[in-house]
Design a binder for this molecule. Structure first.
Ligand code: PLP
Length: 405
């Protein structure tokens, strides 16, 4: 397929604006991705033409809203190759991991059990487990990485002892870009009867993901990083887990029958979807799936790999620039520091040039500790970025270096 990336870039209205008098170069897609008109229009059309609550009303608008919401679930399920009735819609990854932590882990774990987490986890895949560990007496164990930013596999196998009940690991690192060999890891965990919780937040936007083929127990993701609206996302879990897990939240939508003596819960996935969800957002996420599929995830991955190669080469020419994370399989994320420039200062000065990069510890404090740094700058790329924008980033860093002497 001969993809017209210039035309595709034109689908994103925000990318034609300027910032501080300069054309915007948005390199913060790992934080949140920009939205194409197709997604913005889907949300707009819902509120203009179909707005009603779902699963409650028999009137036309109520039925249209419910149909559109459930159609989005079907699209998402197909996108990641799972059954729609095993896909719980959440407000994002954070809610999805908390759901697993409180509904699956809390009733099962006891003192002496171990929750194994990788060094490169986002805080969303650390803090909920610490809260569960505190309540159950379970311990947290860390699976370490090497200096390239890859999971140390022999050490991981060793860490998978009999007392490990849960392994939480990211599919793709939001800081290093490392793509973990998640199928292999899940296979080893299965042999040892360890439940796997895979954080797919940074994988789904950038590559074709077949959750069924991964062989995990839980797979979580967030919609806003894959061109969808904020406050959307999901949890896929094996049906047997969803059947056995108690609800996390109680309320409307998640019940079949409520009496003061006893409530009968709805079937999964609705059992975990109490209250009115982000209906417009989920419909927008469905539109995002359509949009990404129309371009093709293989094309997206190829384009982003080309941008990553181009940017890595260009950044490496800059004296005093250090890149964190050089895994052999890597998504289009580059964390870096420039000698003599504090990351926040650098990001602020780049912003003056219209260039948006993130600075800080990227919700991955333990990873920063590993590298012995307080913060880095992170340029994260998406298929809508261009080589010219990367040239502008490189030129701006040179300018900042001169400025800081
Ligand atoms: N996990 C990873 C790897 C992330 O990059 C992020 C977002 O930065 C999250 C989890 C949290 O996602 P959300 O804030 O959408 O729940």
């Amino acid at each position: 397929m001969n993809t017209d990336w210039t035309k595709i870039r034109g689908d994103f209205p925000i990318l034609s604006r300027s910032v501080n008098g300069k054309p915007l170069a948005y390199f913060d897609s790992a934080n949140t991705a920009q939205k194409p008109s197709a997604v913005i229009d889907a949300v707009d059309a819902f509120y203009r033409e179909h707005n009603a609550n779902i699963s409650r009303a028999v009137h036309t608008l109520g039925m249209e809203a419910t149909e559109a919401f459930e159609a989005a679930r079907q699209k998402l399920a197909r996108f990641i190759n799972v059954r729609p009735d095993e896909l719980v819609l959440t407000s994002g990854t954070t809610q999805a991991i908390n759901l697993v932590a409180y509904s699956y882990a809390l009733p099962r774990l006891k003192a002496g059990d171990v929750i194994l987490l990788s060094r490169m986890e986002h805080h969303a895949n650390i803090v909920p487990w610490q809260l569960i560990a505190e309540r159950t007496g379970a311990e947290i164990r860390v699976a370490e990485i090497n200096v390239a930013g890859e999971i140390d596999l022999p050490a991981l196998w060793q860490a998978m002892t009999q007392d490990v009940k849960i392994l939480g690991i990211t599919h793709v690192s939001n800081v290093l870009g490392t793509v973990n060999p998640i199928e292999q890891i899940c296979r080893e965990a299965r042999k040892r009867k360890i439940a796997t919780v895979i954080d797919g937040s940074q994988a789904l936007p950038h590559r074709k993901v077949d959750v069924a083929a991964i062989g995990c127990d839980f797979y979580v993701f967030t919609g806003h990083k894959m061109c969808g609206p904020t406050g959307t996302g999901g949890l896929w879990a094996k049906r047997e887990h969803l059947e056995a897990m108690p609800p996390f939240f109680g309320g409307g939508e998640m019940i079949k029958e409520v009496r003061f003596e006893k409530t009968v819960f709805n079937d999964p996935p609705h059992k975990f979807e109490a209250g009115t969800p982000n209906i417009a957002g989920v419909i927008g996420l469905g539109a995002a799936v359509d949009y990404l599929e129309a371009i093709g995830m293989e094309n997206i991955q190829q384009r982003e790999q080309a941008l990553l190669t181009y940017a890595t080469h260009a950044l490496k020419q800059i004296e005093g620039l250090r890149i964190f994370g050089e895994a052999s399989e890597k998504a289009a994320v580059i964390s870096f520091q420039v000698e003599g420039a504090h990351s926040h200062d650098l990001a602020t000065l780049l912003d003056l040039e219209g260039i948006a990069v993130r600075s800080g510890q990227h919700c991955a404090h333990p990873l920063m500790e590993f590298f012995g740094v307080a913060a880095t700058c992170r340029a994260s790329f998406a298929f809508y970025n261009t080589e010219r924008e990367i040239d502008a980033l490189v030129a701006a860093i040179h300018k900042v270096r001169k400025l800081l002497g």
